[in-house]
Design a protein around this ligand. Structure first.
Ligand code: CTP
Length: 216
């Protein structure tokens, strides 16, 4: 199978030296890519800027902005059997990008922000899609309720939810997995490599179930 994975943060430029981003390390996405490769699958890893060694054998597409990530995902999604959108895509970008460095002035500075395109939602809206669509939900509160809402709103098959207090920038995580049919699974705290192996098994199983259902 071919597994497409997005990982890491995006950067939304303000001017040539500044940007808006977030604290995502990309570790979970890279661990999922490595686990998929270990299990013998082809991997397309669409990665924002991270400080990680790319897993050997993956097709790596390096991007910076949410727009670049959006374009790369659109390009490769249809040739994938499983799309795992693990990246922490910025939700907003500056309305204008200054071509020259913004100079310091007396007083405050306001930035106008516009929403970025939602990559997961755009794949969820794709009619007759053949791939399994997996989203992530990083939450600080009401984990299950927020994750269930994202599953519905973005029309995914699976949502992997985690509490950012545990998983952000660390080597471990604890996961709650929600499925479209209402099933739920918990994986207790473990290194991201171990979680990634479990996730790959779960995704393959879900995609196989989906295909058998479609054939009936
Ligand atoms: N996502 C995406 N494109 C965006 C924003 C988010 O593809 N522009 C995807 C993420 O990769 C993740 C899922 O949507 O799989 C949920 O991301 P998250 O940041 O938790 O949720 P948001 O939809 O941004 O909602 P909020 O920030 O309000 O929690």
């Amino acid at each position: 199978m071919t597994v497409l994975i997005t990982a890491g943060p995006t950067r939304e430029p303000i001017d040539p030296v500044r940007y808006i981003s977030n604290r995502s390390s990309g570790k979970m996405g890279y661990a999922i890519a490595a686990a998929a490769l270990d299990a013998g699958h082809d991997v397309i890893l669409i990665s924002g800027p991270v400080n990680l060694e790319p897993p050997r054998g993956a097709k790596i597409i390096s991007v910076s902005t949410s727009e670049e990530m959006f374009e790369a995902v659109q390009r490769y999604a249809d040739e994938s059997n499983i799309c795992v959108l693990c990246a922490a895509v910025a939700d907003y970008k500056p309305a204008q990008v200054s071509p020259i460095k913004i100079k310091k002035r007396a007083g405050g500075l306001s930035l106008e922000l516009l929403p970025t395109r939602d990559i997961l939602e755009s794949l969820g809206r794709q009619r007759g899609r053949k791939f399994l669509l997996v989203g992530f939900a990083a939450e600080t509160d009401h984990l299950e309720a927020n994750a269930a809402k994202k599953l519905r709103q973005k029309n995914c098959d699976v949502i992997v939810a985690n509490d950012v207090h545990i998983g952000m920038e660390t080597d471990e995580n604890e996961l709650l997995i929600l499925f479209r049919d209402g099933e739920r699974k918990k994986i207790s705290r473990a290194p991201k490599q171990i979680l990634a192996r479990e996730l790959i098994k779960i995704f393959l199983n879900s995609q196989q179930k989906r295909l058998t259902k479609k054939m009936r």
